[in-house]
Design a protein around this ligand. Sequence first.
Ligand code: SF4
Length: 368
Amino acid sequence: MPISGIYGPDDFAKRPQDHAPTTSPRTASARGAALPMPSLEWTAEVERATAPLYERVKDVIPPVEWPLMAPTIKAINELKRTRNAVILAHNYQTPEIFHCVADIGGDSLQLAVEATKVKADIIVQCGVHFMAETSKLLNPDKTVLIPDSRAGCSLAASITGADVRLLRERFPGVPVVAYVNTSAEVKAEVDICCTSSNAVQVVESLGAPSVIFLPDQYLARYVASKTDVKIIAWKGACEVHERFTGEELRAYREADPSVQIIAHPECPPDVLAEADFTGSTAHMINWVRNTRPKRLVMITECSMADNVRAELPDVEMLRPCNLCPHMKRITLSNILDSLRTLGDEVTIDPAIAARARRSVERMINLKN
Ligand code: SF4
């Protein structure tokens, strides 16, 4: 069914401009717990200790770069044990993070579900801020750290809790679904969350004729194309996925008609129209594992193609490389600092957290 309307900040004359921050990064000194900087020299011992990790990434990281990374990787893995910490990494993290220091990798839904099972005292979230907030919502008694609290997201920044309240006034009684790419403040105002893996299932689970779906207008259009539920959308977009065009995909196909193209549903409709398969990052990875195409164009954030190629080197990746500047704020160096200094700690106002947690747990329980 075509989407039934897209709203944005300009549609609300009295839109409040400010909203309270829900997190406050803390530094080492605030917690009084910094550990000294370990040696980061490239030695024979470092080479030996990290050799099995290099095996995992040798197809995507040149040998000349490994000595620059390996000492920090070894130090991070040792500090994880010292701190009783676990590292969660999104599929868009670079291969040296995703394959060499992360304990758990995946898409937003996988990370949210895995976060509920973590036994460690500390979670270090290698991803963007809303992901760290989601981990904190699900683990209120644990310390959740993000190596750089400036790692934001254009979707999360597009909407506030006040905007959701204005939408509810405009459409009384219509349930609201929020993509997990939103702040805790927004999650606190909605009925249920979803990810790109389960968006259609979540919308249909509400049993309502109309649903407000926010904030990604393109994911909303994709959901609308898969359901009879009337979708009212918000004007947000992912700054990485909206840059792809149908024209560039057609050029890949003209150059090689046998190429397979898979795309994330945050892409515009003309891109999805050219794709052989559309799905979340986890669904895309499973599709590649099962299909094993010879040549593949993966239309999503660039690092995921590297992570898949590290696992499946026989698949040739042709890729227009759009990097997410927010995801790339997370580096080996600031992960090490995060473990050393226990910063930046994610905190959420308890009143907001209780309501936001309910929206996330409702989604997770639906999944289970
Ligand atoms: S890739 Fe897009 S949706 Fe994901 S964090 Fe970056 S801006 Fe946000």
